[in-house]
Design a protein around this ligand. Structure first.
Ligand code: AP5
Ligand code: MG
Ligand code: ZN
Length: 230
């Protein structure tokens, strides 16, 4: 289960055995670290579906479900949505057929209570933490835009679409800015990260499945570091 032994990145060769087939991967890191940006490659490499609690909550909000209504205020304020809501959402998602061989969690778990609940229902073989200093986060988040059709992530300066306004991935011209991508909310999200989520790093370190990559370099280099871990 969660006790799977993994050597630190520095002591592992690029050819170490791949992530266990039926187990899940956690992408961990502050808001704007690049979790969504890197998820696509990992899905391609591993065949595991991306499970982003942020994307699921935004979809619920857009659909006007009771879950979306409950989550809205927390998300707009940049605060974490209560654990009970998130854990229920994940329990339901993991019952779906495509989750049978494990998933790629993006932005979950974010509290020790969420990690403990997850350990009861799924095996996690590696937690990949994308480390980015706070000073880089605001410019990343305030320049972000996403495709309204496929949720691909872009940036005004660091990762623009090849054709302005048209998604490189799916060809739709439906770019959106997130309601919580403004400087004030980002500061609250960062503070929630440091107080509630960052302590989870030690929780996973104690279980020997935590690997950190340097997220403060260009997108392709971060991707190569992650590929080396996998
Ligand atoms: P969520 O949607 O998960 O947002 P987040 O964690 O704040 O993370 P982001 O999606 O903002 O960042 P990212 O790491 O995916 O970065 P990205 O790749 O987009 O959560 C939103 C809200 O939902 C939360 O605040 C909370 O309210 C609620 N919520 C969700 N999950 C929850 C949970 N488990 N528990 C409780 N509440 C929960 O990149 C950012 C930008 O930077 C992009 O523009 C990108 O192009 C650019 N970029 C990426 N990599 C690089 C690079 N290497 N160099 C330069 N630019 C880069
Ligand atoms: Mg994201
Ligand atoms: Zn798209």
């Amino acid at each position: 289960m969660n006790g799977a032994r993994r050597a630190p990145l520095s002591s592992r060769s690029l050819h170490s055995s791949p992530v266990h087939m039926a187990s899940s991967i956690v992408l961990f890191g502050p808001p704007g670290a690049g979790k969504g940006t890197q998820a696509g490659n990992i899905v391609e490499m591993t065949g595991k579906p991306q499970v982003s609690t942020g994307d699921m909550l935004r979809a619920a909000l857009a659909a006007g479900t009771s879950l979306g209504v409950e989550a809205k205020g927390f998300m707009e304020a940049g605060q974490l949505v209560p654990d009970s809501i998130i854990i229920g959402l994940i329990e339901e998602r993991l019952k779906e057929a495509d989750a049978e061989n494990g998933v790629l969690f993006d932005g979950f778990p974010r509290t020790i209570a969420q990690a403990e609940a997850l350990s009861q229902i799924a095996e996690v073989s590696v937690v990949i933490a994308i480390e980015v200093p706070d000073g880089r986060i605001v410019e990343r988040i305030c320049g972000r835009y996403t495709c309204g059709a496929c949720a691909a992530v872009y940036h005004d300066t660091f990762n623009p679409t090849a054709n302005p306004g048209v998604c490189d991935q799916c060809g739709h011209a439906e770019m959106k800015r997130r309601a919580d991508d403004n400087e004030d909310t980002v500061r609250t999200r960062l503070s929630a990260y440091h107080t509630q989520t960052a302590p989870l790093a030690d929780w996973y370190r104690q279980r020997d499945i935590f690997v950190a990559v340097n997220g403060d370099q260009d997108i392709a280099k971060v991707g190569s570091e992650i590929a080396a871990v996998l």
